[in-house]
Design a protein around this ligand. Structure first.
Ligand code: HEM
Length: 538
């Protein structure tokens, strides 16, 4: 029998339905044997050596020895919360996803995270933040695994290990986010200049959020929605915090990291406990699903680009409220497994080469992080939709499967035939022509502009915010030992904005180079995204 769909949350408290209080009248072993004494080992006399036959001692110590699981290779430090998502129904025109129909309430679990630090690192560091949401929908689990920055470092996922290795601590000293890692990080982003836009967001106040509650979230990639009629629309997802967007200033962050490294984790849990439930509106930018997948000159498959909201307004489609803290950090926040490939009917992926690699990476890493292929059976990961897969056995299997024929159709067990031509509410991949059939390792020319969006973002900031960016670059590059790395990064800044480059160069006591790439500014455009006459919604 396939595992039953059990709610991981005992809403409204958020306690897992399977939580054990560990407050029974008798202490027992894992086998249910009652114990008299758990404070003294069985010894050969009061002063003698401990006896190997003490099964309780060995079970207790052995279990403790194996308590830790590997931390996530990235996003190791995080904080989670349960909540609900209520859809407005405004997206029903563009997607058949049931949880986005009018007024549907869906339980969610959200995990916020930093990217680079280890599990025990400080919260208020300068870094990108993860913003992952698991929607337990009636049609299966949908995961929106996003960040608080709308663009990413790299365009092709094959570089992901490289950018992470460049930013993680050096192998010799293992000092995170400190001097030893600066040269490799700036070396990477100045050689792989597609990373310049994301880096500028990191150097801005967005890199040090005041609270998880005051962050925006972005799906980053372009996704494809499919409506009941089969029409497709390209979209980008946005979370807009009802609490607004707030950041720390650098000096505050430094003090906070020393005084209270758990600052963001505490802030989230305290707010929820006090009943100040944080809320985010989910919104989408919509773009016609044209053959070239371009919008206003922006390649929608390039994850280092965002689409300015002046060109495509973010249209609200639902409200998320986080209203319960996890009961057990390990069981929920640590063991939760998000995956950009967890989709529901009505939401499909695109050929974005970063997203395509993510579709492989998450399941793969979770098999080793969570000890085998059955982690979907862990309560926090169990879908609320009924599960009837044909998966069998494996490490940590908890289901007792019956039946003789784990394949469909079969003529022995009966049930679940594939009914050709009938709508079973199943997931159907959108048929899409594959544009080119030549096997090659290259990017389209539309990925080549690495600077105009960094400039657009920098120039959208107020004078105070721009000054913070200058100070951040000056501080961080000041930690680089290699002059050649600093010079190359200054060159990238010159290509973004001459005044930014001059200010950082002055701070470093170095000459400011001239721009080598003249990427033209974008012409202001009055265009807004229009998908059909009933969209955008009023
Ligand atoms: C976590 C890989 C790009 C957001 C992870 C994990 C891996 C990974 C291996 C650990 C997962 C786990 O242990 O459960 C990759 C690769 C990428 C990529 C290979 C590029 C090809 C991105 C992008 C975003 C993102 C573009 C944002 C849009 C996240 C988040 C988490 C995560 C939020 C933490 C999930 C959680 O809270 O459990 N990523 N990632 N990643 N990634 Fe990515």
């Amino acid at each position: 029998r396939a595992p039953e769909a059990v709610s991981p949350t005992g809403s409204p408290t958020g306690a897992p339905a399977t939580a054990r209080a560990q407050s029974g009248q008798y202490l027992t072993t894992a086998q249910g044997l009652r114990l008299q004494d758990t404070d003294h080992s069985l010894k050969a006399g009061a002063r003698g050596p401990i006896l190997l036959q003490d099964h309780h001692l060995r079970e207790k110590i052995t279990h403790f020895d194996h308590e830790r699981i590997p931390e996530r290779v990235v996003h190791a430090r995080g904080a989670g919360a349960h909540g609900v998502f209520r859809s407005y129904g405004t997206a029903a025109k563009v997607t058949r996803a049931g949880f986005l129909a009018a007024d549907v309430e869906t339980p969610v679990f959200v995990r916020f995270s930093t990217v680079l630090g280890s599990r025990g690192s400080a919260d208020a560091v300068r870094d990108t933040r993860g913003f992952s949401t698991k929607f337990y929908t009636d049609e299966g689990t949908y995961d929106l695994v996003g960040n608080n920055i709308p663009v990413f470092f790299i365009q092709d996922g094959i570089k992901f290990p490289d950018v992470v290795h460049a930013a993680k601590p050096h192998p010799d000293r293992e000092i995170p986010q400190a001097q030893s890692a600066h040269d490799t990080f700036w070396d990477f982003v100045s050689l792989h200049t597609e990373a310049q836009a994301h880096t500028l967001w990191n150097m801005s106040d967005r890199g040090i959020p005041r609270s998880y509650r005051t962050m925006e979230g972005f799906g980053v990639h372009t996704f494809r929605l499919v409506n009941a009629a089969g029409d497709t629309t390209l979209v980008k997802f946005h979370w807009k915090p009802k609490q607004d967007v707030h950041s720390l200033v650098w000096e505050e962050a430094q003090i906070i990291n020393g005084m209270d490294p758990d600052f963001h984790r505490r802030d989230l849990a305290d707010a929820i406990e006090a009943g100040a439930y944080p809320e985010w509106e989910l919104g989408i930018q919509t773009f016609p699903d044209t053959e070239d997948q371009m919008f206003e000159g922006i390649d929608l498959l390039d994850p280092t680009k965002f689409v300015p909201e002046e060109l495509a307004p973010v249209q609200p489609i639902g409200l998320m409220t986080l209203n319960a803290n996890p009961t057990n950090f390990f069981a929920e926040t640590e063991q939760v497994a998000f995956h950009p490939g967890h989709l529901v009917p009505g939401i499909d992926v695109t050929n974005d080469p970063l997203l395509q690699v993510r579709l492989f990476s998450y399941l793969d890493t979770q098999i080793s992080r969570l000890g085998g292929p059955n982690f979907a059976q862990i309560p926090i990961n169990r879908p609320h939709a009924p599960v009837n897969d044909m998966l069998r056995d494996g490490m940590h299997q908890t289901a007792v499967h019956g039946g003789a024929a784990p394949y469909r159709p079969n003529s022995l067990d009966g049930g679940c035939p594939f009914l050709a031509g009938q709508d079973m509410g199943a997931y159907v991949d959108v048929p899409e022509a594959v544009a080119q059939s030549i096997k090659e390792r290259s990017n389209p020319a539309s990925f080549d502009d690495h600077y105009s969006q960094a400039r657009l973002f920098f120039r959208s900031l107020s004078a105070v915010e721009q000054d913070h960016v200058v100070q951040a670059y000056t501080f961080e590059l000041g930690k680089c030992f290699e002059t050649a790395v600093r010079e190359r990064q200054l060159q990238a800044l010159a290509n973004i904005d001459a005044a930014l480059c001059a200010a950082v160069a002055a701070g470093l006591g170095m000459p400011a180079p001239d721009a080598t790439e003249q990427v033209p500014d974008r012409e202001p455009s009055p265009a807004v995204s229009q998908v059909g006459d009933t969209w955008p919604v009023a």
